[in-house]
Design a protein. Structure first.
Ligand code: CMC
Length: 429
């Protein structure tokens, strides 16, 4: 507790404690406001509201800083790997070599899904969006793994966490295979996490599949960059769903549903579609003008962020990764990349974007990279969901273990009709 803040409601002065975190802005603790004054706060979109305490991820949006458990994203993406990041998220510290080997082994041994899931998949239309398949199939895990749905049991919580991290790539690859009419490929446990995923997506039974190490490394980085982002919409959804005591598989399914939207995880798909629509660098100025036009709903997808009012640190790493993947493919003159670079340059110099502090976010370049690696656009958000699963599950576990935790239940400012009496149908005017 650092100080107090005073608020006056209906002439009544109330002191609110001000609390400080390790780093970042202080918060005014208004939890007793209603009890003391009968008034609520009003903050649609939670632009000024901290919903919980957390030790997992820190963002400084003005400076463009992202830390997982205190470690800068740049260091983790350059020097670590995704499963190590998962360990860090779940346990709070980087693993020792022995802990890492044990964790990798345990996650790897959970990669298969119940074989009945294959039958579950065949109920979907082949042209279903893979995010629809993911929402359903992850929700369905709670029907297959009853032995890890008791949230009061610490061991079951950990098993559910391992299962989620391990099975998401398998389900994601199955969703992809199903959509293109190819047989499911079972996980191969001597491969690392991302190589295994690439193989499950791209291998076919009739020939050997050799994983491209540049792609595996790039995908691993993409997974690290997406692993968590503090209390974003999907994570808040997972926490809210979990606050009622729902099982972790159901909570993650809720998070996936939220992630699907174009303002959140769907933005990488939308950003790539936008770059394809722009088509060539000559058209960039026209689209920048559209984005600035108040009467035009068009926005530059992959630009702007609720928290970052500076360059998204993940976007820089993503941009470099894009170049590495395109170089590997001998496609340094990719027309989409040319459009993206031109668009970024023009927007970053434009008064509208400068004044509103709109910078490229991670989704601006990720779509180009994933497309170059062979993923269809409707799989992009699925890959985001695979990577974000550890963040969701770590935040869910943190919430369950928090002694202050209670069911999330916001209030409202009611602006509907005041009390009125029922009128029989034949007497209504
Ligand atoms: N293009 C043009 N104008 C924009 C854009 C954009 N991409 N983003 C924001 N603005 C303008 C907006 O019109 C508004 O102008 P005004 O103040 O004159 O009304 C102002 O900037 C503030 O925008 P906002 O919508 O109030 O800001 P927000 O914090 O509610 O929205 C956002 C953040 C990410 C939803 C928004 O910037 C956006 O829609 N961006 C495009 C979608 C996108 O790239 N989303 C991915 C986010 S990063 C991945 C993730 O975390 O999921």
């Amino acid at each position: 507790m650092s100080a107090a803040s005073t608020i006056t409601v209906d002439g009544k002065e109330i002191e609110m404690p001000v609390r400080s975190g390790t780093i970042g802005p202080d918060v005014v603790d208004i939890s007793k406001l209603y009890a003391k004054t009968g008034a609520f706060t009003f903050d649609p979109g939670f632009t000024s509201t901290a919903s919980c305490e957390s030790k997992i991820t820190y963002i400084d949006g003005d400076e463009g800083v992202l830390l997982y458990r205190g470690y800068p994203i740049e260091q983790l993406a350059e020097q670590g790997d995704y499963l190590e990041t998962c360990y860090l998220m779940l346990f709070g510290e980087l693993p020792t070599a022995a802990q890492k080997a044990d964790f990798d082994y345990r996650v790897t041994r959970h990669t298969m899904v119940h074989d009945q899931m294959n039958r579950f998949f065949t109920g979907f239309r082949r042209d279903a969006h893979p995010m629809a398949v993911m929402v359903a199939s992850v929700g369905a895990l709670s029907a297959f793994y009853h032995d890890s749905t008791d949230i009061t049991d610490e061991t079951q919580r950990m098993i559910a966490s391992m299962r989620m991290i391990a099975k998401m790539p398998t389900l994601a690859a199955m969703a992809y295979k199903y959509s293109i009419g190819q047989p499911f490929v079972y996980p191969k446990n001597d491969l690392d996490y991302t190589s295994n995923f690439l193989r499950m997506c791209y291998a076919v039974p009739c020939e050997e599949y050799v994983v491209n190490p540049v792609f595996a490394k790039a995908l691993d980085k993409i997974f690290i960059l997406h692993a968590d982002h503090e209390q974003n919409a999907s994570t808040s959804t997972v926490r809210l769903a979990g606050s009622s005591g729902a099982n972790p598989f159901a909570c993650i399914a809720a998070g996936i549903a939220c992630l699907w939207g174009p303002a959140h995880g769907g933005a990488n798909e939308a950003a790539l579609k936008m770059l394809m629509e722009i088509g060539k660098p000559e058209n960039v100025a026209k689209y920048v003008a559209k984005a600035k036009d108040k009467n035009d709903p068009f926005r530059l997808m992959g630009f702007g962020h609720r928290v970052y009012k500076n360059y998204d640190p993940r976007a820089r790493i993503m941009q470099a990764t894009t170049h590495q993947v395109l170089k590997e493919l001998g496609k340094n003159d990719d027309p989409l990349l040319e459009v993206a670079v031109q668009l970024e340059q023009i927007a970053l110099k434009d008064e509208y974007f400068i004044e509103k502090k709109l910078y490229p976010n991670i989704d601006f370049y990720s779509g180009i990279t994933l497309k170059a690696m062979g993923f269809p656009t409707d799989m992009f958000t699925v890959l985001f969901a695979v990577a974000r699963t550890v963040g969701w599950i770590a935040q869910w576990a943190e919430m369950i273990e928090d002694p202050m935790q209670k069911i999330g239940r916001p209030r409202q400012l009611y602006v509907g009709a005041p009390r009125r009496d029922y009128v029989a149908v034949d007497a209504r005017g």
